[in-house]
Design a binder for this molecule. Structure first.
Ligand code: NAD
Ligand code: GLY
Length: 359
């Protein structure tokens, strides 16, 4: 097992990464202020892992209640959030009853928002079971639900007390979901870690084949990158925005195509290619670098062609992006592979070159 730390002074917390950690409930104990916890999961993950976690907790003398939600991005909304509040209230959960998210990014985001708001805030623990959640969404405290007009529009910054990443859970993850997670892994290489990008070029086939050593390294390196950024800019006043490479386009794709039809990681992949092409149009990135980026996403089995929803629709959806400042859209672009920056001076002409019919 490897342990990393997200340094946030008195709210610092560990990320434990390893095999068979679901059985090691003693690792969770330090984050539990009372001998009761509420596990939030979904109908897909519950039959796979819920009993193992509950039994391990029981052996440590922890009583748990389970809240089992419908599965899918389309359920990341108020209605499902209310199901969590209903269960917490019905089961008399108190200010010291921790909420444990057992699942992918949807479960992590919605349970984190429930934890931030139930009784004005209760302890929160992340047990991520998708690659995407293990490398990104479980770390850093962004919690949210979607609004019909925009993705993750209602939420809070609320850090977990612990992230417990059991790599073995990835063995049951569908292939398409594994690949979607790889999109967020590549992101770290692109925005701030050239050696990691090169490592990914050399090891992408091992990752796709779920080689445990390669997965362990990719998860650790991704979490190290994310933890460093979050420690420096928890509330996204600057550097943290770089973690949104490809997301301005990606969120527009997810919304336009209907939540759940394009997976988040797939939309981020196609969105990252758009961001790379935009960087090229701005004269920041060479054509060879764009080709190198496209090639890695292709080898990962991810979409590199964004859906054609039209320039106007893209612009309309992107105007709702959370990075918009004083009405101006802001885009994460690449200076080079391994170096990103935010630009707010992107012209309609530049965008039409990557999103319009002449793209
Ligand atoms: P997801 O949570 O929908 O999980 C993908 C699918 O895999 C689901 O059907 C789920 O039930 C299933 N699943 C989960 N674990 C499994 C396992 N071990 N075995 C078999 N099936 C399993 O999707 P995701 O890709 O994990 O997360 C995407 C969400 O994360 C999006 O809503 C996105 O906005 C959010 N996100 C948040 C952040 C953040 O910083 N908070 C960062 C990135 C993404
Ligand atoms: N996934 C982007 C962030 O956490 O800031």
């Amino acid at each position: 097992m490897r342990t990393l730390k997200v340094e946030l002074s008195d709210r610092s917390y560990p990320i434990h990464i390893g095999s068979n950690l679901l059985e090691k409930a003693e690792l969770i104990l330090p984050a539990l202020p009372q001998r009761k916890a509420a596990i939030v999961t979904n109908m897909t993950v519950a039959p796979l892992y819920l009993d193992r976690l509950r039994n391990a907790l029981e052996k440590q003398g922890i009583e748990s209640i389970a809240v089992i939600l419908p599965d899918g991005e389309q359920h990341k909304n108020w209605e499902t959030l209310n199901l969590i509040y209903d269960a917490l209230l019905e089961n008399r959960c108190e200010r010291n009853t921790a909420i444990v998210a057992l699942g992918g990014g949807v479960i992590g985001d919605i349970s984190g928002f429930a934890a931030a708001t139930y009784l004005r805030g209760v302890p929160f623990i992340q047990i991520p079971t998708t690659l995407l959640a293990q490398v990104d969404s479980s770390v850093g405290g962004k919690t949210a639900i979607n609004h019909p007009l925009g993705k993750n529009m209602i939420g809070a910054f609320y850090q977990p007390r612990l992230v417990l990443t059991d790599i073995d859970t990835l063995n049951t993850l569908p292939e398409r979901e594994l690949k979607a997670g790889i999109a967020e892994v590549i992101k770290y290489g692109l925005i701030r870690d050239l050696p990691f990008f090169v490592w990914l070029e050399e090891n992408i086939d091992k990752l796709k084949a779920r080689d445990p050593e390669a997965l362990g390294y990719a998860i650790s390196r991704s979490c190290e990158n994310k933890a460093e950024v979050v420690a420096r800019d928890e509330k996204e006043t600057g550097e943290r925005a770089l973690l949104n490479l490809g997301h301005t386009f990606g969120h527009a794709i997810e919304n336009a195509m209907g939540y759940g039809n394009w997976l988040h990681g797939e939309a981020v992949a196609a969105g990252t290619i758009l961001a790379a092409r935009l960087s090229r149009v701005l004269g920041m990135l060479s054509e060879d670098d764009v080709k190198r980026i496209v090639s890695l996403f292709e080898r990962a089995g991810l979409p590199v062609q964004a859906p054609e929803i039209g320039l106007e629709r893209y612009l309309q959806l992107m105007e709702l992006d959370k990075k918009v400042e004083e009405g101006k859209m802001r885009f994460v672009v690449l200076d080079a592979i391994g170096r990103a920056c935010v630009r707010s001076d992107i012209s309609r002409e530049a965008l039409s070159k990557v999103l319009g019919s002449d793209a």
